[in-house]
Design a protein around this ligand. Structure first.
Ligand SMILES: Nc1nc2c(ncn2[C@@H]2O[C@H](COP(=O)(O)OP(=O)(O)OP(=O)(O)O)[C@@H](O)[C@H]2O)c(=O)[nH]1
Ligand SMILES: [Mg+2]
Length: 307
């Protein structure tokens, strides 16, 4: 649910405070049904999703009832703590550490619907891995959209990386296979495979990406070693729905949530983490190669509740 075009919106916390906590006496008496309902509505409108919003409200209500919350700051702290526990990856992995296959090459597959930011995410990951000393090769397995390979080649040139492409309409799985082979020949330890944008409703395209995954596995054992799902963070429940469909079709190892710059929103990340059994690994915060953040629950929760 987006916020409309009426200039900068107040942040989530100021909305919560204004709607639910305008009278601090409310906290002393305990939060009533009306305050809690408007609280919940505000969270849902900020894209946190019904499940996480209900969980947060129940937690705040309970802690208020026990007399633990006597100031708005206490309420903010309670919400922050609960957000952190919702956002926790719970897999014991460092979200920023990508798998490393021995012997390589390590294959990272980047998937998602059209326009979510896959190609940009592939470039950002390549830049980051390059800084970590990995020797990256890019693979343009999007042979579907005209100009897709050129877009990735431009990134490759900018980042000074090799890029394997196929002809337009070529089998994307063959391009990915060739790329893994080329990586071995050219002593590259990591292949990042950019795939075509697919509507999650288009079954044929979903099968195509499954084939890419299968075929790279024939060239490099265990590949793809990471399958990152790129979701547009400004799309709320649509992103959640895409996540469900992709997770049903592929062994997704993490989420790369994009377009979290520029708007006051970001609640989608909470809904995604609460409603999908997938860890959030990376955030896209702009269009440049350096505009990538490794996901950190505490930092994210604080930012969501910043003044
Ligand atoms: N502001 C902002 N823009 C982004 C971000 N990530 C990608 N974009 C922009 O979103 C648009 C689509 O990005 P692409 O990387 O081409 O998306 P894609 O998923 O590869 O698209 P298709 O190949 O058509 O499926 C481009 O204009 C990008 O510059 C981000 O984190 N923030
Ligand atoms: Mg693309």
């Amino acid at each position: 649910m987006s916020g409309g075009a009426g200039g900068p919106e107040p942040g989530l916390w100021s909305r919560l405070k204004r709607l639910a906590l305008s009278d601090v006496g409310v906290l002393v008496r305990g939060l009533g049904r009306i305050e809690l309902d408007s609280f919940e509505r505000t969270l849902i409108e900020a894209d946190l999703g019904v499940a996480a919003s209900a969980e947060l409200v129940a937690d705040v209500a309970e802690r208020a009832r026990r007399g633990e919350l006597t100031s708005p700051e206490d309420v903010r702290g309670a919400i922050e703590d609960r957000l952190v526990s919702i956002l926790d990856p719970r897999d014991g992995r460092d979200p920023g550490a990508l798998a490393r296959a021995e012997p390589g090459p390590t294959v990272v597959l980047v998937v998602g619907v059209n326009g979510s930011g896959k190609t940009t995410a592939a470039a950002k990951l390549a830049a980051r891995l390059g800084r970590e000393g990995r020797r990256v090769l890019l693979a343009a397995a999007d042979t579907y959209r005209a100009g897709a390979a050129e877009q990735l080649e431009e990134w490759a040139a900018r980042l000074d990386l090799p890029c394997v492409t196929g002809t337009s309409g070529a089998d994307p799985a063959a391009v990915a296979f060739d790329a893994v082979q080329a990586a071995t020949a050219r002593a590259r330890d990591t292949v990042i495979v950019d795939t075509a944008g697919r509507l999650h409703t288009q079954d044929g395209l979903m099968q195509e990406v499954q084939k890419v995954a299968r075929v790279v596995g024939r060239r490099s054992p265990g590949a793809p070693h990471e399958t990152l799902l790129v979701l547009d963070g400004s799309t709320g429940q649509n992103a959640v729905q895409q996540g469900r469909v992709f997770a049903g079709a592929l062994p997704i190892t993490g989420l790369f949530v994009t377009k979290l710059d520029g708007t006051a929103r970001g609640g989608t990340v909470v809904a995604l983490r609460r409603e999908l059994a997938l860890p959030v690994r990376f955030l896209g915060v702009g269009e440049a190669a350096g505009d990538l953040e490794v996901f950190d629950p505490r930092t994210y929760a604080k930012r969501l509740l910043a003044d």
